[in-house]
Design a protein around this ligand. Structure first.
Ligand code: CO8
Length: 373
């Protein structure tokens, strides 16, 4: 058995910033356009008119001020409201592989690991650009890594479930060094035309290099243990899939072909689920929340994280105890807790404990207990 460790992380930040003000202006233009296009049906009561969104509501309800997107092209067009990416040929890197390589380069440099030393690549994300060949195998090839690679999807918990899989394989000796990448192009299936959720997500890619603690030359985090849990819920759902064209309404522009959620229910059900999960994980490790220097939580909602922080720590989180990156990045699905970790783990001292915890659709919860070495 070997001691697994996180040896380095990297974040690729997309080039374009979309502030709440710009987003809301675009949404409101869309609402006006929609209401004009559907004036007769709205007057007849068969279609509901769209109300305006507001930056004040967005910040108050979520803590989000802006998000990064790979492109604004298409997003600000009132009659379209989804991104426009150019068609790539099969001989070019896919968009997910391209941003994964950018995040991976940073993580590998920090870890001091050469691409050829990686013998496992996991591409863990909420969506895959195609079903096959696996994006992870494409990344393995572009990097010049060895071993094997596979894709996995556990929505917002993809990163922590990926870390758990890689960490167990390192512990067992199946692989020596692993790369877990989380290219989250959430703009692709966010419903930008829905006032209830148009502000939630942003694009990003994170990468985590894992290996044996004994190989680490720079500061690293020993993985004490991981704990994953799932519990079925329809409260966050997307019905798009490979059987789409076989169904009666085929490729119709249906609302449920994008991200749909019952946000209030998610908030109420997930907060106790996650708090209990973290406390049980710490107890199983023979430790307690009092020993934690940092709680790097999934970044979906600031209020939700304040509440989980309070339930787990037993007090209002002090500045820096539950780092928040939502205001800058919005919800970046599985990448959120890894961005928080990447941004605020340097200041920790040898022996300090911290816990990464993701949660989201499924429901799924994944926690990783770390010790700074
Ligand atoms: N502007 C102005 N007013 C608005 C807006 C808006 N944009 N939207 C809603 N309102 C109004 C509503 O109409 C409502 O009005 P009224 O009280 O008159 O009915 C009022 O504001 C309150 O609305 P809500 O109850 O909906 O607002 P909440 O306070 O509940 O906030 C949130 C909504 C922010 C969505 C909140 O419920 C939340 O964050 N919940 C948690 C959600 C969560 O954590 N989800 C996890 C999803 S992420 C995940 O798992 C990954 C999925 C896969 C990846 C997908 C990638 C795209």
């Amino acid at each position: 058995m070997y001691q697994p460790a996180i040896r380095g992380t990297g974040v690729f930040v997309p080039p374009e910033v979309l502030t709440n003000e710009e987003l809301v202006a675009a949404y409101n233009r869309h609402a006006d356009w929609f209401n004009a296009e559907n004036a007769a049906a709205i007057a007849a009561g068969t279609v509901a008119a769209k109300e305006h969104s507001s930056p004040e509501f967005i910040f108050k309800a979520s803590g989000i001020l802006q998000r990064y997107v790979l492109t604004k092209d298409g997003l600000l067009d009132p009659a379209r409201m989804y991104p426009r990416f150019r068609q790539r040929s099969d001989d070019e890197p896919s968009l997910m592989a391209e941003i994964a390589l950018k995040a991976a380069e940073v993580a590998l440099a920090k870890a001091g690991v050469a691409p050829g030393e990686i013998d496992l690549v996991i591409c863990a994300a909420s969506n895959m650009e195609r079903p096959y060949p696996a994006i992870a195998i494409e990344i393995q090839n572009l990097l010049g890594a060895g071993g094997f690679a596979f894709d996995m999807n556990v929505a917002c918990s993809s990163a922590t479930f990926g870390i758990q899989a890689a960490s167990d394989m390192i512990r067992a000796g199946t692989v020596r060094n692993a790369l877990v990448v989380n290219p989250e192009i959430t703009s692709g299936h966010l419903e930008w035309r829905d006032r209830d959720c148009h502000f939630i997500f942003g694009d990003v890619c994170t990468a985590t290099v894992l290996g044996r603690a004994e190989d680490a030359t720079a500061a690293h985090f020993k993985i004490r243990s991981c704990r994953c849990a799932t519990e079925f819920s329809n409260n966050i759902r997307n019905n798009n899939g490979f059987l789409r064209r076989s169904r009666p309404d085929g490729m119709a522009d249906r609302r449920d072909m994008q991200f749909v959620q019952e946000g209030r229910k998610v908030f109420k059900e997930v907060v106790p689920l996650v708090s209990a999960h973290i406390l049980a994980h710490l107890a199983a490790e023979g430790t307690s929340a009092a020993a934690l220097k940092r709680l790097w939580l999934h970044q979906a909602n600031k209020g939700m994280n304040d509440l989980i922080g309070r339930k787990v720590l037993g007090h209002d989180p002090l500045p820096g105890e539950t780092p928040n990156v939502l205001q800058e990045f919005a919800n970046t699905s599985s990448a959120g807790s890894i961005i928080a970790f990447d941004r605020s783990s340097d200041a920790m001292a040898a022996g300090d404990l911290g816990l990464i915890c993701s949660f989201g659709a499924g429901y799924s919860v994944g926690s990783v207990l770390l010790e700074r070495a």
